[in-house]
Unconditional design. Structure first.
Length: 117
């Protein structure tokens, strides 16, 4: 739990470095999205090494959140493709069905958000 909290703290610090006006040090949206997605990928790698479904669920959920808040061309499409592949990888390798279900819900949720905008 401490590891997950620390990883989440780095994620939200990176988030604040672009999306919070008082802390803004990253000016480019694409760079901010890429950094957030890379950190979520690192969290997925740690979850795989530790065999922690909770940490993987948290990492993939944050990565989907990144794809929702970062509206940069094809960034969302490719990040969702990578996240879906990660969820399928975990389903096949570790039989983590909850992660695949969460990925499915997040993908359809993203489509609904785009439809409403």
């Amino acid at each position: 739990m401490l590891l997950a909290g620390g990883l989440a703290a780095v994620y939200f610090t990176t988030y604040a470095a672009h999306y919070n006006e008082h802390l803004k040090i990253i000016q480019d949206r694409t760079l901010a999205g890429a950094l957030l997605l890379a950190w979520a990928g690192f969290m997925v790698w740690i979850a795989d090494r530790k065999k922690s479904e909770v940490l993987a669920l948290f990492a993939v959920g944050l990565a989907y959140y990144t794809s929702i808040i970062t509206r940069v061309g094809y960034f969302t499409l490719y990040s969702n493709l990578v996240l879906t592949a990660a969820a399928v990888f975990f389903l096949v390798r570790n039989r983590w069905a909850a992660l695949s279900l969460a990925s499915l819900v997040a993908t359809y949720g993203r489509v609904c958000v785009l439809a409403l905008l």
